[in-house]
Design a protein around this ligand. Structure first.
Ligand SMILES: Cc1cc2nc3c(=O)[nH]c(=O)nc-3n(C[C@H](O)[C@H](O)[C@H](O)COP(=O)(O)O)c2cc1C
Length: 329
């Protein structure tokens, strides 16, 4: 049964796109089958045939709607064309301008568009561009972080800005359980977007070592140590692993380009060398010195104690939130 659904989905729960190559068809279909919005992640390079395959593979695993996340900072025109041709339910965009032209193009294809923003200013531009929903990312978030403020301060400001316009505000950052969900609702959000909690699911493509570290380690840090050359000016939040602890003060002139190769990964169908300080997290295919690779995680990591099926994550968010709300006196 649906409860507090947004964007045509049963629930107001979004599984954030997890790059590179962590939210694949298995995870997205499991989330979709559970009534929430699952998002594939388009490759960081133009790979239209591969992306079409990903979308079609997901459709073999679910007949429910789902979406794709596109990072606008990377080449994406060909990938965008495929997303619109395949007419997925939702296009999520990040790190780049969600212009009125883009919104018009996406709407003409019958697809909804939802940017992830990190400031009131960016939310204002998104509303003016005519988007269908806004993901508001706080500094608590795992992965790359565009948000500079805490969710508790940022969400209500965006909610006030949206006012009576029919645009759901979706809170992202540090939320892993029903308590976070209810807190976001109290701030005026209609939905929540979770990344780290979905990395730690049975269906995510994350390497077992990365999943295990999410259970073992509690602390995270906002940093720019990883992937400086490939994606400059893009801070991120990672688990404080022993490797990160040793290198957290990496001098500003250092980056991954002249570092030793510490492993190999297949990312979106391509074999890649992983150099020390690269911004790629270990996925199922990764070999090498996994403990020295980036492990993105939000501030809620310390609350994750179990690898769960994605459907159970969705279910416990919904049931837990219903119970909490009933019990608020
Ligand atoms: C491993 C990982 C990869 C991510 N990759 C992307 C991405 O490619 N695009 C995007 O919009 N957000 C990405 N995010 C951020 C999420 O959209 C979301 O803002 C964040 O996960 C919310 O915080 P949480 O991790 O504490 O739940 C990523 C997050 C993680 C943990």
């Amino acid at each position: 049964m649906a409860w507090r659904g947004i964007l045509g989905f049963d629930y107001g729960i979004v599984q954030g796109p997890l790059g590179p190559d962590i939210s694949g068809p298995d995870l997205v279909a499991a989330v979709a089958n559970a009534g929430a919005l699952g998002l594939l992640r388009a490759p960081d390079w133009e790979s239209p045939d591969y992306l079409r395959e990903l979308i079609r593979k997901t459709r073999t695993l679910t007949d429910k709607p789902f979406g794709v996340g596109l990072v606008l900072a990377f080449p994406h025109e060909e990938n965008l064309k495929v997303i619109l041709e395949e007419k997925v339910a939702v296009l999520q965009v990040y790190w780049g301008e969600c212009s009125r032209e883009l919104v018009t193009e996406v709407h003409s294809a019958g697809v909804k568009i939802v940017p992830q923003v990190g400031s009131v200013e960016a939310a204002k531009k998104a509303i003016e561009a005519g988007v269908d929903g806004i993901i508001v990312q706080g500094r608590e978030a795992g992965g790359h972080v565009i948000g500079q403020e805490s969710l508790i301060a940022l969400v209500p400001r965006v909610v006030d800005l949206v006012g009576d316009i029919d645009i759901p505000v979706i809170a992202a950052g540090g939320i892993v359980d029903a308590r976070g969900y209810v807190a976001a609702l109290a701030l005026g959000a209609q939905g929540i977007c979770l990344g780290t909690r979905f990395v730690a699911t049975k269906e995510s493509n994350a390497h077992p070592t990365y999943k295990r570290k999410l259970l073992e380690l509690d602390e995270t840090e906002y940093t720019d140590v990883f992937g400086r050359a490939r994606w400059p000016g893009a801070p991120h939040r990672v688990l404080v692993t022993p490797f990160f602890n040793d290198w957290r003060s990496l001098p500003p002139h250092e980056n991954e380009t002249n570092q030793p190769v510490i492993g190999h990964s297949k990312i979106n169908g391509l074999e890649k060398e992983i150099r020390r300080f690269a911004g790629t997290v270990p996925n199922k295919s990764t070999t090498g010195d996994l403990e020295s690779m980036a492990m993105y995680a939000g501030q809620g990591a310390g609350l994750i104690k179990e690898i769960l099926p994605a459907a159970q994550v969705v279910r416990s968010l919904v049931e837990g939130a219903q119970l909490l709300i009933q019990n608020i006196k």
